[in-house]
Design a protein around this ligand. Structure first.
Ligand code: SAH
Ligand code: SF4
Ligand code: F3S
Length: 443
């Protein structure tokens, strides 16, 4: 860490990948001599790490950036930087500084590792520093990280995405898929384990296609290599793409004693017509086959998913197919979204956009259905004793929290438990979360 020069605050939007990217920004800032604060008013530098997956993610970030105008007027030396997926959109960086001229630095997703340079440039000049490179470069190793997710350590395995689902902005703002060398991944995992981290989450937009640009390694092989590391830790990974989840990989997951018994397998829709329009490269039947494959090797596996409603031309019948699929699979959890047109993606230009009222009505029905499934799965837990990795403390509930191998969250009382495996007897189920009593703590 450098000598103290001020305080930083990072505001992150979007996915796990972005949260992890913020850990890199924090590492760079701490190297400079900044120390963390969670309060923007207290900060000498505020960095917004943005997301543009849906319109509301953008609106939220823009609202929060705009709200700093007054603070910046009172604190002239404060630095405001904006980076991430939002700024990487075509023409967006210029629009941003036009709309919010008080922003000091705008950077993109491809040059986050150079943030230190932008900061130096800014301290030497009064002008905005706007640096968004259009093309992704080679993977940069060795960026310092200040992790804030103990006992869970995030590890990038791929960057970018090649899938071009027709609704999705990610391939345009994160570039083509690049896989990290397995040696670099293993080294980072080893460092995390020796630092006491108890859960490793491998990150990529589609982890199942890991290694397609490398020699002699694929995701199944990577799972085997990480699982062979010594230590008491859990291995998770996200996100999986149904088209690339094959039997060899499912076997590798099942044979590992480190992987959790939960998997996130976004389905997006239950109608073949919509799946085709989305360019997902699988049919409803093929998705169900993948579920069958997972359950063949791991009968108890908990499967979670992402589902979108209101994709252009989605009819009542298409939506019924989605509802029926949700019932048939019995997901252990689902993130549900209303389709949001993203400029530059093929779906935004499709005719047959769905009205907001229809989409809202559909998502409510879907949420109701999934809530019912969550409740019935949770109630099955009552009276059982489960092993939980304690991940944190919930100030509001005044309880520790953590998840079991199926990803189910539980709350319990105790003392100094973060980063420990504990046994908890479940006494109450509330929606998706469980409540219980601490039985024992593993050494
Ligand atoms: N790479 C991951 C997901 C990344 S985005 C995957 O392929 O599964 C996370 C989720 O956001 C997606 O699964 C999708 O359900 C949702 N999403 C993506 N683009 C969207 C859009 N334009 N409108 C609404 N939801 C969207
Ligand atoms: Fe987007 Fe599809 Fe890539 Fe996921 S796989 S990031 S949904 S384009
Ligand atoms: Fe993630 Fe949002 Fe970018 S979901 S990859 S931060 S657009």
């Amino acid at each position: 860490m450098g000598d103290f020069i001020g305080k930083y605050c990072i505001v992150t939007y979007g996915c796990q990948m972005n949260l992890h990217e913020s850990e890199k920004l924090a590492g760079i800032l701490e190297g400079f001599g900044y120390r963390k604060t969670d309060c923007e008013n207290d900060a000498d530098i505020v960095v917004f790490n943005t997301c543009c997956i849906r319109e509301n993610a953008e609106k939220k970030a823009e609202g929060n950036i705009g709200a700093l105008k007054k603070l910046k007027r009172d604190k002239k030396n404060m630095i405001i930087a904006v980076g991430g997926c939002m700024t990487q959109q075509k023409g967006y960086a210029d629009k941003l500084v036009r709309e919010f001229p008080f922003i000091d630095i705008v950077f993109g997703t491809h040059n986050l590792e150079n943030f230190a340079e932008f900061l130096l440039e800014k301290t030497e000049s009064k002008k905005h520093v706007v640096s968004v490179s259009e093309k992704e470069g080679a993977i940069v190793e060795g960026t310092p990280k200040s992790r804030s997710s103990f006992p869970n350590g995030w590890v990038n395995i791929t960057y970018g995405c090649n899938n071009f689902c027709t609704y999705c902005i990610v391939p345009y703002v994160r570039g083509r898929e690049r896989s990290r060398e397995p040696e670099a991944i293993i080294k980072e995992c080893e460092e995390l384990i020796s630092a006491g981290y108890k859960e490793i989450t491998l990150l990529g937009q589609n982890v199942n296609s890991y290694g397609q640009d490398l020699k002699n390694v694929d995701f199944a092989e990577l799972i085997k290599r990480v699982s062979a590391l010594k230590g008491d830790f859990r291995l998770r990974f996200m996100t999986n793409h149904p088209k690339d989840l094959n039997e060899n990989l499912v076997k590798a997951i099942a044979e590992s004693d480190k992987t959790t018994r939960s998997i996130h397998l976004p389905v997006q829709a239950g109608s073949d017509r919509i799946l085709k329009l989305m360019n997902r490269h699988y049919t409803r039947a093929e998705y169900l086959d993948k579920i069958g494959l997972l359950r063949k090797y791991m009968p108890d596996i908990a499967i979670t998913t992402d589902i979108m409603v209101g994709f252009p031309t989605e009819s009542d019948e298409d939506f019924c197919d989605t509802m029926a699929l949700v019932k048939e699979v019995g997901f252990a959890g689902a993130f549900t979204f209303i389709y949001s047109p993203r400029s530059g993606t093929p779906a935004a230009k499709m005719s047959g956009q769905i009205t907001e009222d229809v989409a809202k009505d559909r998502i409510m029905k879907l949420i109701d259905l999934q809530n019912g499934i969550n409740r019935s799965q949770s109630s099955g837990y009552v009276g059982k004793e489960i092993e939980i990795l304690c991940e944190g403390f919930d100030e509001k509930k005044n309880k520790f929290l953590g998840r079991d191998t199926y990803g189910r969250m539980a709350y319990f009382n105790g003392d100094d438990l973060i980063g420990k495996f504990v046994n908890v007897k479940i006494t109450e189920a509330g929606g998706i979360s469980l409540y219980g009593e601490l039985v024992s703590v593993k050494d």
